[in-house]
Design a protein. Structure first.
Length: 277
């Protein structure tokens, strides 16, 4: 897999990360692992030459093979995959993914971005061109009122509990990587405020557990409409990637959910590439 197969807009704005922006000139700018990356879609090949960004964008994985396997599951999924084939599952820092998805609860994207920006500006280390995401040790010993500058409400208590448990080794990414998915999910759910959806987001985006399939209200509607009767485990080892394709497709086609009647999986003509669903 090379950077030529990567679509930056599809990957960076499909709900898996919150520290990237695109300006009107088509320049993408973001921060990860304490480094800033500035890149255009047409100049993205340099990402493969930098070990940090090569890993971050998962450029060594064979997404073509994963797409073929997913496309064989159903004609609907094949159409969904073909709609945004440039999506990749980013290999993000575990703690940043955990904190970010705690912040994301019952929240909208602009507000999530704002809270994370204030978290970095107030507690992260400054470098030449921005602020790194603060390590959990920076939050140890703080009280919820100490995070009032973030304006994150009830999530302050959840962030502090997560930081305490990570620093104490109660939540250990190495152990979570090795556990069966159900056990890892349950372990993450010992953090105050972390439910199944946030836990699965952390497993998928923070630990690259590709079998994790985050389910929120939107995804439940998408599954009911596009894949009635199917379960996340039906998508196999690439379930997490399937989730991203389904999520992106569904958000781009809200008119699907105005229909009361579920679409028939057995009629691939309803999903022909010539029709906007």
């Amino acid at each position: 897999m090379t950077a030529s197969d990567l679509d930056l807009r599809q990957t960076l704005f499909c709900g898996q990360c919150f520290r990237w922006e695109e300006n009107p000139n088509g320049i993408f700018s973001g921060i990860a692992f304490g480094k800033r990356c500035v890149v255009r879609q047409e100049e993205k090949n340099f990402l493969a030459e930098n070990p940090i960004w090569r890993t971050y964008f998962d450029l060594d994985a064979d997404y073509g093979l994963l797409q073929k396997k997913l496309s064989c599951i159903s004609p609907v999924l094949k159409e969904v995959v073909q709609y945004a084939p440039g999506i990749r599952i980013l290999r993000q820092d575990f703690w940043e993914a955990l904190a970010s998805f705690i912040i994301s609860q019952n929240n909208n994207i602009p507000r999530i971005r704002g809270i994370i920006a204030r978290l970095c500006e107030n507690f992260g280390e400054k470098f030449d061109d921005g602020y790194a995401f603060p390590q959990p040790q920076k939050l140890l010993g703080l009280l919820p009122e100490d995070l009032s500058c973030l304006r994150c409400g009830f999530r302050a208590r959840y962030l502090l509990d997560a930081a305490q448990k990570v620093c104490a080794g109660e939540i250990d990414p190495v152990s979570l990587q090795k556990m069966p998915l159900e056990k890892a999910r349950a372990q993450l759910m010992t953090i105050c405020g972390v439910g199944p959806k946030v836990a699965d987001c952390v497993l998928l985006y923070g630990l690259h557990r590709m079998e994790a399939f985050p389910m929120d209200v939107w995804m439940k509607r998408a599954m009911k409409t596009l894949f009635p009767g199917m379960r996340p485990e039906d998508f196999g080892e690439g379930a997490g990637l399937a989730q991203q394709y389904i999520f992106y497709y569904s958000r781009q086609h809200p008119e699907l959910f105005l229909e009361k009647k579920s679409l028939e999986l057995s009629d691939p003509q309803k999903f022909s590439s010539g029709r906007k669903l």
